[in-house]
Ligand binder design. Structure first.
Ligand code: PEP
Ligand code: MG
Length: 582
C-alpha cells in the first residue's frame, strides 16, 4: 500500500524515480574507550580528518565556475570557517585526552554541546548555523571512518534515469557535486522554505520537499518514490496506479511548459484588455539571459546584495558599474530596477559586517540591516549609487530602496543620491539619463504611513516576503512556524490592497516583487486588487501570464473587494476558490 509523507513544498514539479539515500554519518558512530597510550594516535587521527575535510572544501571551492550559484561559494566558505573554529577543531582533542574516548565520540559530544548552545541563542543567524555545524561534523566523521568523502552521486548524462535524493539535510558542499547530474528531486528531513536546500533546488529547477519528518527511516536505497513538489507530498511504495497517474501528470507538465513558450512574445492583457506588466526578479547579471528569453517587460527587482556575496571584499564602483551595465544593456531600453544593498538577516557576507567577526552586525531580521546598514555606512552606499548613476548611460534605471520604515530613511537616502550625483559631476562624469527613485514597502509601518512616503518616492514595490514576516511576526526561514506564514491572513490582504489602491490614487506606480507575485494561485487576487505590475522569477512568468490572459478584471475585482473586507478565514478561502474558477 502506498505510504504518503508530507513536508513543505519548496520547489514545484514531479519526480517518479528511484531513491538515492544519503544516510547520516551519525547513525552508527563508534563509541570506544581508549587507553592512555592511544591518546596521541587518536588525536593524530582527528587532526588528519580535519585536514582532509579542509582540503576537500578548498577543492570544492576550486571546482566552482562563474555560473555556479553565488550561494555555493558563500556556504563553502562558511563551512571552512566553522571547521577552523577551535570549538570544533581543538576541543574534541581535549576531550580525547581528558575522557579517554575515541575521536568519533569526542567529536559528536562536542557537536551536541555546540548545537545546544546555538539552539538557545535568539539570534536567527546563529540558530540557522546549527545545520551547518552538523554538516561539517558529518564530513569529519566520514573522514575519520576512512570512507569516501562524497555521498554517492546520481549519474551524469541525459539518457540516464534521474535519481531522487533523500537525506537528513543536504549540505551546500554536497549540492555543488550535483550540478550537471541527473537529479529528479530532493527530499530532506530538515529545512524550511528558504533553507539552503530549497534555495538551491529552486535555482536548479528541481522539485523539492523539505521538513519531511523521519524520511530516512522510511525510504531505502533503490526504492521507487513519487515526489509532488507542488503539494509537498512524498509517496513511498507507490502502487502501479499512483505511478501511472504521476507519470501522466509529469507528461502533462512537460507539454504545458512547451506550450507556454508560445506566449513569450505577446503583450500581457487581461480578457477585457487591461495591460499588465510582467517583470523579472534576478540575483546576478548572468540571470539576464533567461529574462530576455522569457520576454519579460523589464527587471522589477535586481537583488544587488548577491553581487556582494560571492567574494572577500566590497565590490568597487567600477565592478558594480560593469555588473549593472551588463543587465541594462541586455534589456535594450526596457526598465531595470536595481534594489540597493539589502544585506542582513539570512543574506550574509563572508567579510565585514556579518561574517561573524566584530563590528556592525546585520544578521538579525530586526537589526542594522538593509537600508539601515547603507545609511550607517555611507561610503558603501555612495559607491553603489555612483555605479548606478553611471550605468544609466546604457538605458533606464530605477533605484529601489529596501526596508524603508521611517520617512527620515527615505529623505536621507535621497540626500545621499544627490551627493553621489554631485561627486560624479565634479569628476566630470555625465549622467545620461535621470534615475527614478522608489522604495520597497515591506515593513507594516511604511504601509500604514504610505501617503507620507509617496510624497518622496516615484514608485513603490511591495515586498510581500518581508511584509508577511514582519506583520505576522513569523520568521520567514523557520520551518517550525512555516504553517503560520500566510499570505491570505486578513491583515496581509488589507495591507497589500491598501498600498495598491492608495498608490494608484496618488498616481504613483506600484508593483509587487515578493513571492506572492509569482504564485499563480494568487495572481487573480493581486489583479483584483488593481495590480498591473508583477515581478517574479522567470520560471514563473509564463504561468502567470497565461492565467492573466484568460481573466476578466471586473469579475475578480468584485470578489477581491469582498475578501479585503472580511476577517473570516473560511470566507476568504471560499472566495479564493471562486476566484480560481474559470
Ligand atoms: C520581499 O521581501 O518580498 C522581497 C522581494 O525581498 P527579499 O525577498 O529579497 O527580502
Ligand atoms: Mg525583503
Amino acid at each position: 500500500m502506498t505510504l504518503a509523507l508530507h513536508g513543505i513544498a519548496v520547489s514545484r514539479g514531479i519526480a517518479v524515480s528511484r531513491a538515492l539515500v544519503w544516510d547520516s554519518a551519525f547513525r552508527d558512530v563508534p563509541r570506544n574507550r581508549i587507553d592512555k597510550k592511544s591518546v596521541k594516535f587518536e588525536i593524530k587521527r582527528f587532526e588528519n580528518a580535519v585536514k582532509r575535510v579542509t582540503d576537500e572544501l578548498d577543492d570544492l571551492r576550486g571546482q566552482l565556475t562563474s555560473d555556479s550559484p553565488a550561494e555555493f561559494d558563500a556556504l563553502l566558505n562558511l563551512h571552512s570557517l566553522i571547521l577552523q573554529d577551535p570549538t570544533l577543531s581543538e576541543v574534541p582533542k581535549e576531550l580525547i585526552q581528558e575522557k579517554l574516548i575515541n575521536a568519533e565520540w569526542a567529536l559528536t559530544q562536542q557537536m551536541e554541546v555546540l548545537l545546544e548552545q546555538f539552539a538557545s541563542i535568539e539570534d536567527q543567524y546563529f540558530r540557522e548555523r546549527n545545520a551547518d555545524v552538523r554538516q561539517v561534523s558529518e564530513r569529519v566523521l566520514k573522514a575519520l571512518s576512512g570512507n569516501a568523502m562524497s555521498m554517492p552521486l546520481p549519474p551524469e548524462g541525459d539518457d540516464e534515469d534521474p535519481w531522487l535524493i533523500v537525506a537528513h539535510d543536504i549540505s551546500p558542499a554536497d549540492m555543488v557535486q550535483l550540478k550537471g547530474r541527473r537529479v529528479g528531486a530532493f527530499v530532506t528531513e530538515m529545512g524550511g522554505a528558504t533553507s539552503h536546500t530549497a534555495i538551491v533546488a529552486r535555482s536548479l529547477g528541481i522539485p523539492a520537499v523539505v521538513g519531511v519528518p523521519r524520511a530516512l527511516e522510511f525510504v531505502h536505497n533503490g526504492d521507487l518514490v513519487v515526489v509532488d513538489g507542488k503539494i509537498g507530498a512524498v509517496f513511498l511504495d507507490p502502487t502501479q496506479s499512483v505511478v501511472e497517474e504521476y507519470q501522466r501528470k509529469q507528461a502533462i507538465l512537460a507539454l504545458a511548459r512547451q506550450r507556454l513558450k508560445r506566449l513569450k512574445k505577446s503583450e500581457t492583457r487581461t480578457q477585457c484588455g487591461r495591460r499588465v506588466e510582467l517583470m523579472a526578479n534576478i540575483e546576478l547579471p548572468d540571470d539576464i539571459d533567461s529574462v530576455v528569453d522569457v520576454g519579460a517587460d523589464g527587471v522589477g527587482l535586481f537583488r544587488s546584495e548577491f553581487l556582494f556575496m560571492n567574494r572577500k571584499d566590497w565590490p568597487s564602483e567600477d565592478e558594480q558599474f560593469e555588473a549593472y551595465g551588463k543587465v541594462i544593456k541586455a534589456m535594450k531600453g526596457k526598465p531595470v530596477t536595481v534594489r540597493t544593498l539589502d544585506l542582513g538577516a539570512d543574506k550574509t557576507l563572508q567579510f565585514g559586517p556579518n561574517s561573524g567577526g566584530p563590528g556592525l552586525s546585520t544578521t538579525s531580521a530586526l537589526g542594522l540591516r538593509s537600508i539601515r546598514f547603507s545609511l550607517a555606512e555611507p561610503a558603501i552606499f555612495l559607491t553603489q549609487i555612483r555605479a548606478l548613476l553611471r550605468a544609466t548611460k546604457f538605458g533606464p534605471v530605477k533605484i529601489l530602496l529596501p526596508m524603508l520604515t521611517n520617512i527620515r530613511e527615505a529623505q536621507q537616502a535621497l540626500t545621499y543620491i544627490d551627493m553621489a550625483r554631485e561627486q560624479l559631476t565634479s569628476r566630470r562624469f555625465q549622467i545620461k539619463n535621470e534615475v527614478t527613485i522608489g522604495g520597497m514597502i515591506e515593513v507594516p509601518a511604511a504601509a500604514l504611513c504610505l501617503s507620507h512616503f509617496l510624497k518622496y518616492l516615484s514608485f513603490v514595490s511591495i515586498g510581500t516576503n518581508d511584509l508577511i514576516q514582519y506583520a505576522l511576526a513569523v520568521d520567514r526561514v523557520d520551518h517550525q512556524v512555516a504553517h503560520l506564514y500566510d499570505p491570505l491572513h486578513p491583515a496581509i490582504l488589507r495591507l497589500v490592497y491598501e498600498v495598491i489602491t492608495q498608490s494608484e490614487k496618488a498616481s504613483v506606480p506600484v508593483s509587487v516583487c515578493g513571492e506572492m507575485a509569482g504564485d499563480v494561485r494568487l495572481t487573480r487576487l493581486l489583479l483584483g486588487m488593481g495590480l498591473t505590475n508583477f515581478s517574479m522569477h522567470t520560471s514563473q512568468l509564463l504561468d502567470v501570464k497565461e492565467l492573466l490572459l484568460k481573466t476578466e478584471f471586473d469579475a475578480v475585482h468584485k470578489q477581491v473587494k469582498l475578501m479585503t473586507r472580511t476577517f473570516e478565514p473560511e470566507k476568504i478561502e471560499k472566495l479564493m476558490k471562486q476566484l480560481a474558477m474559470d
